[in-house]
Design a protein around this ligand. Sequence first.
Ligand SMILES: Cc1cc2nc3c(=O)[nH]c(=O)nc-3n(C[C@H](O)[C@H](O)[C@H](O)COP(=O)(O)O)c2cc1C
Length: 209
Amino acid sequence: MNIIEKLEWRYAVKKYDPAKKLTEAQLNNLITATRLSASAYGLQPYKILVIENPAVREKLRAASYNQSQVTDASQLIVFARVADLQEAHVDAYTQNIAATRNIDHSMLDDFAAVMKGTVKRLDAGSAAAWTAKQAYLALGFLLTAAAAEGIDASPMEGFDPAQYDEILGLKDKGLSAVVIAAVGFRAADDQMQHAKKVRKPLEEFVEVI
Ligand SMILES: Cc1cc2nc3c(=O)[nH]c(=O)nc-3n(C[C@H](O)[C@H](O)[C@H](O)COP(=O)(O)O)c2cc1C
């Protein structure tokens, strides 16, 4: 299958086969693909949590309008943004760059100043939106990588972020849930797999100028 055929194959699964689990290698591949997502400045102001614990997932399902994907998929992945973006996050990032690329930290002073300027300018609402955007982009990487690997995935926002934060203790970790994805394998009787894809007509979707 080429990439378009793989993306036609994927759909937001409504019903998972609870008996089918990702192998460790498949899960690691998805995590790695998500980690390779682009992000503004490369700052990655979010973290992902892989939820396997059945009791925790039952609680999360109750906080997700009882959507069965939360408990029945192989894993549930929670994308959580940094709740309070501070200059310290920029410092941690520039230290990572310096160590990874083996350069002197002082070479990054100008870049750090630009990033810190951005962080300072954002009020709480704008910071929440900006960090969430980065997490959503990573979600896109996860969905595409899953399709490429023949793994099913369901992006979901139908959940209560405040309850997720509480159940997963995210506040203490300086995080806040923004979007989730179930990953696993579709149930043979999930009717949605037979539904035709609905997308805007190409000429409405794209304009070449
Ligand atoms: C950010 C986001 C949130 C979504 N939330 C839910 C959800 O809570 N429950 C659900 O069943 N589907 C959810 N969906 C799936 C969409 O309904 C689905 O992607 C869309 O209808 C297009 O269909 P397809 O992905 O199967 O091609 C969500 C999708 C996205 C991108």
